[in-house]
Design a binder for this molecule. Structure first.
Ligand SMILES: Cc1cc2nc3c(=O)[nH]c(=O)nc-3n(C[C@H](O)[C@H](O)[C@H](O)COP(=O)(O)O)c2cc1C
Length: 184
């Protein structure tokens, strides 16, 4: 049976929802896993305990805060056991409009996931296509997940997602590029 990834997201204007759809499409095209796409408010955080592999999607709102669906559920995360769960996070944001809190949600949620026992996956380099001052989602010059910017760089989103998804799958042990190359 194919492994399952639980993709839990919240999205206010549809940016994060679009990315969720792209991720599902790419992962399933690669054939590495099946992806269940779930709005975090529809199931609640306890559903997170049911997936060994997870991708969380959360944009940043109100200057450095979580998108509403995640904000509502955030306090409940304290009682969720994520021990050993492999979790990667993506986050839409607006790096020009909110240059001092760009994609902060990446950091807020990853810190919480790790606090609850998760293994962080999918950290991603900050290349020079990004221009922002500060993000809580950055550690040692690396994003704690994938930051996208549907407000200013929509044309870059698809390639960013493709590149990141390959890395997430590899990081999670669901995809081995060397084995794929050898089989070709
Ligand atoms: C009032 C307001 C506050 C925002 N605050 C931030 C912010 O602090 N950091 C950031 O990166 N983006 C911020 N944004 C931009 C949103 O994150 C961005 O539009 C994103 O694509 C929304 O994704 P969603 O539709 O999935 O919720 C803000 C947007 C608005 C309208």
């Amino acid at each position: 049976m194919a492994p399952k990834i639980g993709l839990f997201f919240g999205s206010s204007t549809g940016a994060g929802e679009r990315v969720a759809g792209l991720i599902k499409q790419i992962v399933e095209q690669i054939g590495a896993a099946e992806v269940d796409v779930i709005v975090i408010t529809s199931e609640g955080p306890k559903a997170l305990e049911g997936y060994e592999y997870q991708i969380w999607g959360c944009s940043t709102w109100n200057i450095g805060e979580l998108q509403d669906d995640w904000a509502i559920r955030y306090p409940e995360l304290d009682s969720v056991n994520l021990k050993g769960k492999k979790i990667a996070i993506y986050g839409p944001g607006d790096q020009f409009g909110y240059s001092n809190s760009y994609a902060d949600a990446l950091g807020i949620l990853m810190d919480k996931a790790v606090q609850q026992g998760a293994e962080p996956m999918g950290f991603w380099p900050i290349d020079d296509s990004y221009e922002f001052e500060y993000s809580r989602g950055v550690v040692e010059n690396t994003f704690m997940g994938l930051a996208v910017d549907e407000d200013n760089q929509r044309e870059k989103t698809e390639q960013r997602v493709v590149d990141w998804v390959y890395w997430v799958l590899e990081d999670m042990g669901l995809y081995d590029p060397a084995a794929v190359e050898a089989a070709e």
